[in-house]
Design a protein around this ligand. Structure first.
Ligand SMILES: Cc1cc2nc3c(=O)[nH]c(=O)nc-3n(C[C@H](O)[C@H](O)[C@H](O)COP(=O)(O)OP(=O)(O)OC[C@H]3O[C@@H](n4cnc5c(N)ncnc54)[C@H](O)[C@@H]3O)c2cc1C
Ligand code: SF4
Length: 379
């Protein structure tokens, strides 16, 4: 089975569930604050001279990120959380940072991590950059937040600031308006259509959800039982991919920045991992050897519902129609596809069932008692 997991995940050394020891970092981060705590560790122990992270902009109702250099460990707290929008200016900042600093760390979604690796290889600077990778299902475009705010009947003109994750796990999307602050559970915000249609064809064709080029790939622990993780205040699933990644991660644990328990690698496979690795039907010409799984009714339904939804998402005047489509036709299509997959026992459904069964059976010892662990720091 180990080989099978590797086939789906790419090369890895270990998989952990980990969380920042500081409760404050955990509370404000996307899942368990591992990225923020680890970046702090790298800066404080002088492993790197600078860290590059994106900073969120919300201007004229468009949402995007710009890359920022951080040298002060305490400043990293402001940048924690996930930025569900495109981030601009990578080549410029990378070029500047490689010229100015000897070693840096950078957070990156898989396509950026791949691009960074190529640049580093071409400049023979691979040892100088530590890539903290994030899993990525898709990156919503600059218009997605505007759509979601309208979906929740929030006057977009009144909005000053949006923060997508934080306040526990899975946390809330916080929207600061002239009238006050609104909190919408993050999964509800994502599932409004924000995360389903407002992304490019590039993301639709992308097969690498698990960030195979990073030193560490970080994810939400969706595949583990949620209740203990909620009580813990959040956790991050960590796929360690390089020797350097393993050393830094273990040292951060020993230094008290992180806590971790090793988990079976099967927990690093999410529904989206399988969907992204499956063959595409509706854009057959684009199929490459990156799609290692066969198609199923579910993969066809996902493609079809995305392509129809994307069409409706492309014009603001069609957004009311998109709302109706999202609430009625899409769930129906996905439900029917799931029934057909299991009725006809497609290979895709059998792989899915096998992974789910293994995830139910391989919980690490003591996992359910975690939230009561007295050694967890609640500062
Ligand atoms: C667009 C996107 C899609 C994602 N899709 C999935 C998914 O399908 N499944 C899953 O399990 N997890 C996904 N994640 C990862 C997840 O949301 C968390 O980022 C991850 O679990 C790490 O959490 P943490 O609490 O350890 O990070 P934190 O401590 O909150 O730190 C996150 C760090 O990443 C940086 N960052 C935030 N957004 C970006 C970005 N867009 N590009 C580069 N750096 C960024 C922040 O500035 C911060 O330094 C996605 C993240 C993003 C940004
Ligand atoms: S889905 Fe793929 S292409 Fe899109 S942002 Fe994520 S890594 Fe990049």
């Amino acid at each position: 089975m180990g080989d099978y997991v590797r086939f789906l995940l790419g090369d890895y050394l270990r998989v952990y569930m980990a969380w920042a020891q500081s409760e404050r970092i955990r509370h404000h981060s996307a899942s368990g604050g591992v990225a923020t705590a680890l970046l702090k560790y790298l800066l404080e122990k002088n492993y790197v001279d600078a860290v590059i992270v994106p900073s969120l902009r919300f201007k004229r109702c468009l949402t995007y990120g710009v890359w920022t250099v951080v040298r002060e460990p305490s400043a990293l707290d402001i940048y924690s959380g996930s930025l569900y929008a495109p981030v601009y200016g990578l080549s410029k900042i990378l070029d500047c940072a490689l010229t100015k600093f000897k070693s840096i760390a950078i957070t990156a979604v898989p396509c950026y991590a791949r691009a960074i690796r190529r640049v580093l290889e071409s400049r023979t600077r691979s040892r100088d950059v530590f890539i903290v990778g994030l899993y990525c299902n898709n990156a919503p475009n600059t218009w997605a937040t505007r759509y979601a705010l309208k979906y929740f009947n929030i006057n977009v003109e009144d909005v000053g600031r949006v923060r997508f994750r934080g306040c526990g796990w899975p946390g809330y999307t916080t929207i600061e308006t002239k009238e006050g602050t609104m909190c919408i559970p993050s999964p509800v915000f994502w599932d409004s259509g924000f995360g389903q249609y407002f992304y490019s064809v590039g993301c639709y064709l992308c097969a690498d959800q698990t960030n195979t080029s990073a030193d560490l790939s970080l994810a939400d622990p969706w595949t583990l039982p949620h209740e203990p993780i909620k009580r813990l205040g959040g956790a991050t699933l960590v796929v360690v991919r390089s020797e350097r990644g393993l050393n830094v991660f273990k040292e951060a644990v020993e230094a008290g920045y992180l806590s971790a328990i090793e988990v079976d690698p099967v927990y690093a496979i999410q529904d989206a991992t399988l969907l992204k690795l499956s063959r595409r039907t509706l854009r057959k010409g684009t199929n490459t050897d990156r799609y290692i799984l066969p198609l199923g009714f579910m993969t066809i339904a996902y493609e079809l519902t995305y392509l129809v939804g994307r069409l409706l998402a492309s014009r603001e005047r069609l957004w009311p129609l998109l709302r109706v489509y999202h609430r009625t036709l899409r769930p129906l299509a996905l439900k029917m596809a799931s029934v057909l997959d299991y009725r006809f026992r497609t290979t895709w459904s059998r792989i899915n069932t096998l992974i789910k069964t293994m995830q139910r059976a391989r919980l690490p010892n003591g996992f359910l008692k975690l939230a009561k662990d007295p050694t967890i720091n609640h500062d």
